[in-house]
Design a protein around this ligand. Structure first.
Ligand code: CP
Length: 305
């Protein structure tokens, strides 16, 4: 039985296979409509979500399976003091696979020790978000035709943004990636990622506070929200939240084939006026999220067409 806790739980070859399957699902969704008939997915969300939870549910329904779960901890026996381990153990007695989000880093890994079925990390605190990364990789592949030899700028809250941590991890296994980390001093990429993922593998990166300076060289611009819920004090959040606001003027120096991504939700960091720019790929990214999760569910349940 396999879980997906960290994106590196999948080999590069397996991710390529998932992308190929998702591409086929996008082209011919009807072929997959009965693959999960009789199978059940539980979505256990101890933290708010729109895209991840609903795309998992839509994915399972589109595969012919069914879904159950909760979208806030207070509607489960967690409110009575039940441990995450006992909750997940219980639910794993009813379903075939579990997607779980939790505010505590490492909670899905801990929960997996108690589960009788595969566990998918749907986001754990400021740590990781591997299925968002699969979504991002599928989108980059569809837009650029490759995952290697790209200059990728990550902009915003690189300290608490779990999606950037997972994506840096995944891209560090590709050849020729130039990482450009754009953030204020207080929200820089954590040292553990720079040391363990980049330095240890001899990968170089650039750090800057200036989006304007970085813009002309980027193939991918990965914008992120400042993660209000992870701040210890509101004054710091208010001071930092609008550090970067991407607007049409800032895009004037960007490449014509720049691909703008954002895991969403967005607050104020991408102006609505950017949505109609052909380089804005974040709504395509939302759609792709469902298909890559369909491919992942099939893989972890060891189902074939
Ligand atoms: N990208 C993402 O994780 O969005 P949600 O928080 O809405 O699931």
């Amino acid at each position: 039985m396999r879980n997906l806790i960290d994106v590196t739980d999948l080999s590069v070859a397996e991710i390529d296979e998932l992308i190929a399957t998702a591409e086929d699902m996008i082209a011919e969704p009807d072929k997959y409509a009965q693959v999960c008939r009789g199978k059940q997915l539980a979505t256990l969300f101890f933290e708010p979500s729109t895209r991840t939870r609903l795309s998992f549910e839509s994915a399972m329904l589109s595969l012919g399976g069914s879904v159950l779960g909760f979208s806030e901890a207070n509607s489960s026996s967690t409110a009575k003091g039940e441990t995450v381990g006992d909750t997940v153990h219980t639910v794993s007695c009813y379903v075939d696979i579990v997607a779980m989000r939790h505010p505590k880093e490492g909670a899905p890994y801990a929960a997996a020790q108690y589960s009788e079925v595969p566990i998918i990390n749907a986001g754990d605190g400021g740590h990781n978000h591997p299925t968002q990364t699969l979504t991002d990789l599928l989108t980059i592949h569809r837009e650029k035709g490759r995952l290697d030899n790209l200059t990728v700028g990550f902009c915003g809250d690189l300290k608490f943004g779990r999606t950037v941590h997972s994506l840096v991890n995944a891209l560090s296994r590709q050849k020729g990636i130039n990482f450009v980390f754009i953030s204020p001093e207080e929200l820089k990429m954590p040292a553990y990622i720079k040391e363990n993922t980049l330095d240890k593998n001899g990968l170089s990166y650039e750090e800057t506070a200036s989006l304007e300076e970085a813009m002309p060289k980027l193939d991918i611009l990965y914008m992120t929200r400042v993660q209000k819920e992870r701040f210890f004090n509101e004054a710091d959040y208010i001071r930092l939240k609008d550090t970067y606001v991407l607007d049409p003027e800032k895009l004037e120096t960007a490449k014509k084939d720049l691909c703008i991504l954002h895991p969403l939700p967005r607050v104020n960091e991408i102006s609505i006026a950017v949505d109609s720019d052909p380089r804005a790929c974040y709504w395509k990214q939302v759609k792709n999220g469902k298909f890559i999760r369909m491919a992942l569910i099939m893989k972890l349940l060891e189902l074939q067409l």
